[in-house]
Design a protein around this ligand. Structure first.
Ligand code: IMP
Ligand code: MG
Length: 185
């Protein structure tokens, strides 16, 4: 077996490449339409959103710039504390800009709620949120999502930027990780 072969860890494919392509196109078209004649700033949340943001940005038909933030993650466990910390802030000042948070997935909602409050206080002209995936069954706090890709069941998913313990990020599809991978004793 090739050392990069992860097929044994991967379960059901929730979103093949074609679905992801179609979804990012749809979201980019919505954003391009809503902000026609304006320029937007895409704020990618590292690391999970880097591939989604790259595809989304290239489908936009309006002027845009890109910046990134990094927040504390769950580490190598599949549970959340609800505590969020900034690891790396934006380089850009967002005051007066049309800012769009670009995130890979919303689970409990703690991360996006924190981000919306933090960035909202910096007085952007508008602040929108674009998320590729949502696990509605897991929500703990209510968070407005302006652009949503796909709703998925409550399973740990990997690929297209999403990881488990830093693995599987560059798979071209989104798939469920076999529970045996993270429930290893
Ligand atoms: P929340 O604060 O609980 O909404 O968690 C959101 C963050 O948890 C995301 O930005 C991801 O980094 C991570 N996350 C949640 N579920 C998954 C998953 O199934 N796979 C990979 N990362 C996930
Ligand atoms: Mg994330």
């Amino acid at each position: 077996m090739h050392e990069n072969d992860v097929s044994a860890d991967i379960g059901r494919i929730l979103a093949p490449k074609e679905t992801l392509e179609e979804t990012t196109r749809r979201l980019a078209a919505q954003i391009s339409q809503d902000f026609a004649g304006k320029e937007v700033l895409l704020i990618g949340i590292l690391k999970g959103a880097f591939i989604f943001l790259a595809d989304l940005a290239r489908h936009l038909t309006i002027p845009h710039t890109v910046d990134f933030m990094s927040l504390s993650s769950y580490g190598a466990t599949a549970t959340t504390s609800g505590e969020v910390r900034i690891i790396m802030d934006l380089r850009t000042f967002i005051r007066g800009k049309h800012a769009i948070i670009v995130e890979d997935i919303i689970d409990t909602g703690h991360t996006l709620l924190y981000l919306q409050q933090l960035l909202g206080a910096r007085q952007p002209a508008t602040l929108r949120t674009c998320v590729l995936l949502s696990k509605p069954d897991r929500r703990k706090v209510t968070v407005p999502i302006d652009y949503l890709g796909l709703e998925i069941p409550d399973d740990w998913v990997v690929g297209y930027g999403l990881d488990y313990a830093e693995k599987y990020r560059t798979l071209p599809y989104i798939a469920v990780l076999k529970p045996s991978v993270y429930r290893r004793e």
